[in-house]
Design a protein around this ligand. Structure first.
Ligand SMILES: [Fe+2]
Ligand SMILES: [Fe+2]
Length: 292
């Protein structure tokens, strides 16, 4: 399946990140939330990807940026982890409409366990579960496959994992029928926005599928070779120096125009990207805005 259409323009606004930015009044939190405004034929749609651990900093930051939550047309959840999902219901309440599409993978509500430093479920909690989402006005759209949210804005669905150096998981577990099995975070999805005359903007939550796999897949899905910007968390915070270096080299050889990353990317990767990519690298922070 190839999605060939493109939007006329797009704007991506970071409404939540782990870093508030230098000399800002924004609130930071371990989590991420990105607002994507995509425009075609003079009409714009606003899609919020991810909702942090709580809506409080998101709504505060949006207010400072003059973004009215009621202007959000749909919410995409990149994967089940609580630093992306636990602000969902309160954000939907702030949006204040019925039948707001909430787009995620079919397995989004599975419990997702970690054992360090102590056993806990880092997946979606009951307060942001199916019923609570629907009560708050959300219309669940649960999908495994890539699809168009609107022409030119594509949810990647399950990302094929082909790059060797991105195979390593992050050590979360599923619990089914009394058995723990390693979880591959297959629900990890990203957004690819194809902009006329520019190329792709790829927006990721944590990139548990691997950021290079995500770029490869987004290019294939859209038949677009130019990647103008990649923005989001890359989850390299616990990765080996070797994986970080290979990621930096791949971003370089794929000729990505701008690499803007933060959240769970980690200091070692940020410094390697800065060294390897020079002016093409920027640190993510609340308020960071990209216009295409
Ligand atoms: Fe995360
Ligand atoms: Fe995550």
């Amino acid at each position: 399946m190839v999605f060939r259409e493109a939007v006329d323009s797009a704007r991506i606004v970071t409404v939540l990140d782990d870093y508030a930015g230098y000399e800002t009044s924004f609130l930071a939190q371990h989590g991420i939330a990105m607002l994507i405004e995509a425009c075609s034929n003079g009409a714009c749609k606003r899609i919020l990807m991810d909702t942090g651990q709580s809506a409080l900093p998101i709504l505060h930051n949006m207010k400072l940026m003059d973004i009215d939550p009621s202007s959000i047309d749909a919410v995409v959840i990149s994967h089940c982890h609580c630093d992306h999902t636990e602000g969902l219901v309160d954000t939907l309440k702030a949006i204040g409409r019925k039948n707001v599409p909430v787009i995620a993978h079919t397995s989004i509500f599975r419990p997702n366990y970690v054992f360090k430093p102590f056993i806990r479920n880092i997946g979606v909690m009951k307060e942001n579960g199916r019923e609570a989402i629907e009560d708050a006005g959300g219309l669940l759209v649960l999908v495994d496959e890539p699809f168009e949210i609107m022409p030119g804005v594509i949810a990647t669905g399950v990302v094929p994992r082909k790059r060797d150096f991105e195979k390593q998981g992050i050590g979360t577990w599923n619990l089914d029928d009394g058995k723990f099995t390693p979880d591959e975070i297959l629900d990890d999805l990203s957004l690819a926005v194809k902009v006329k005359g520019k190329g792709l903007a790829i927006i990721s939550g944590c990139s548990h599928a691997g950021i290079v796999n995500i770029i490869d897949w987004s290019k294939e899905l859209t038949a677009e070779s130019r990647v103008d910007v990649v923005i989001g968390g890359f989850h390299l915070i616990e990765s080996s120096a070797e994986r970080i270096e290979k990621t930096a080299q791949a971003l370089k050889s794929l000729d990505v125009g701008r690499v803007i990353t933060g959240h769970c990317t980690g200091l070692a990767a940020l410094s390697e990207f800065s060294r390897a990519l020079g002016g093409r690298f920027e640190q993510l922070h609340v308020g960071k805005t990209v216009q295409l």
